[in-house]
Ligand binder design. Structure first.
Ligand code: BT5
Length: 321
């Protein structure tokens, strides 16, 4: 289906009919091949006006995260060079993890329209309704020591932050360690999963769940009060391929910065963006809760909490303000 994106480019060039003959000459394929591509496009959900004498005219593009749609908005050299798009998967992280184990190169993305076993951290569930949001897992091979991997979560949050700011003009809130919120409600979470060997990371799967067009009645009861989407917060719908392309571009920008400037720099950027210093918060770890004032983020991504004058370093947990 390599030529599908190319055929679409011709159809998009003008709001008029494009002849099959023209496309076949440009792509150096037969007229029958063009006809087959058009049929494929229809099966993918595109609405195309077909006229015997005039050719083809694109009337409607489905809101799908097909690789050739995301490519239109992606400005990256590594992330998304290969996109594996699936209608439904258990979890994009599970699919990407298996691919990475089998040697998939850095940058490959698994994107699904829905997940039936979407995962949060600690075995929690990620609500993943069909064709509404972005469920994306990126294979990264950063060649670093396992101890510096944690801040990779921040890369994702920062990329989502920039994407939201560009799209809406609003600044979201970053909540340690992996949440992005709008008006106090979670619109994005990141799940990192890694495979390591001795002193080296073999690969990291960066799993991003970003709520784009989800409506209030699609939220599971358990998250009704605390989750939201771009659409719910701004009262308009977004072209998900555009959002996804922007997200990948922003993620690559921060990923390159992570590689060049190191995890400390990323922690500083995240810390500043999250304006975390001086905030009073409670951090729940399995079975324990700590309350104190945030002093900042350590160089490995842990949060430093001042509890009655004593600094406690916490590497994992859930924050509530
Ligand atoms: C996360 O975990 O926030 C990580 C979520 C990562 C999801 C992506 S989707 C693509 C990739 N494939 C996967 O299988 N996973 C990744 P955590 O911080 O543990 O938050 C989980 C909690 O967020 C749940 O217990 C709910 O309370 C809440 N939640 C569940 N679904 C949500 C949603 N769609 N939007 C906002 N909050 C949600």
């Amino acid at each position: 289906m390599d030529n599908i994106g190319e055929v679409l480019k011709f159809l998009r060039r003008k709001e008029d009919f494009v002849s099959g003959d023209y496309i076949s000459k440009k792509l150096d394929v037969s007229r029958t091949a063009v006809w087959k591509y058009i049929n494929h496009l229809e099966r993918y959900g595109y609405t195309i006006n077909k006229s015997k004498g005039k050719g083809y005219m694109l009337l409607k593009t489905p809101d799908r995260l097909y690789p050739w749609e995301v490519d239109r908005y992606r400005n990256t050299a590594i992330l998304g060079e290969r996109i594996i798009h699936q209608e439904n998967v258990d979890s994009t992280n599970i699919v990407a993890f298996k691919l990475a184990l089998a040697g998939e190169p850095e940058g490959t993305c698994v994107i699904a329209e829905s997940q039936n076993k979407g995962k949060g951290r600690l075995g929690r569930k990620w609500c993943s309704p069909v064709e509404k949001n972005i469920y994306l897992s990126v294979v990264a091979r950063p060649q670093v020591h396992p101890s510096v991997v944690y801040p990779i979560t921040f890369l994702s949050s920062l990329a989502v932050y920039d994407t939201i700011e560009t799209l809406t003009g609003e600044k979201p809130t970053l909540k340690w360690p992996n949440d992005v919120l709008m008006h106090g409600r979670k619109v994005c979470g990141t799940l990192l999963e890694l495979s390591t060997e001795a002193d080296m990371v073999r690969f990291v799967i960066i799993g991003i769940g970003f709520n784009v067009n989800m409506a209030a009645d699609e939220l599971d009861d358990e998250i009704r009060e605390k989750a939201s989407s771009l659409a719910m917060e701004t009262k308009k719908l977004y072209e998900r391929a555009l959002v996804c392309g922007m997200l990948l571009s922003n993620l690559e920008k921060y990923y390159l910065r992570f590689k060049q400037e190191g995890e400390r720099e990323i922690c500083r950027v995240w810390e500043e963006r999250a304006s975390i210093k001086g905030k009073y918060m409670a951090i729940n770890q399995i079975g324990e809760s700590y309350k104190g004032i945030a002093e900042g983020i350590d160089n490995d991504g842990a949060i430093l909490l001042n509890i009655d004058g004593k600094i406690k370093k916490i590497i994992a947990g859930d924050v509530s303000f």
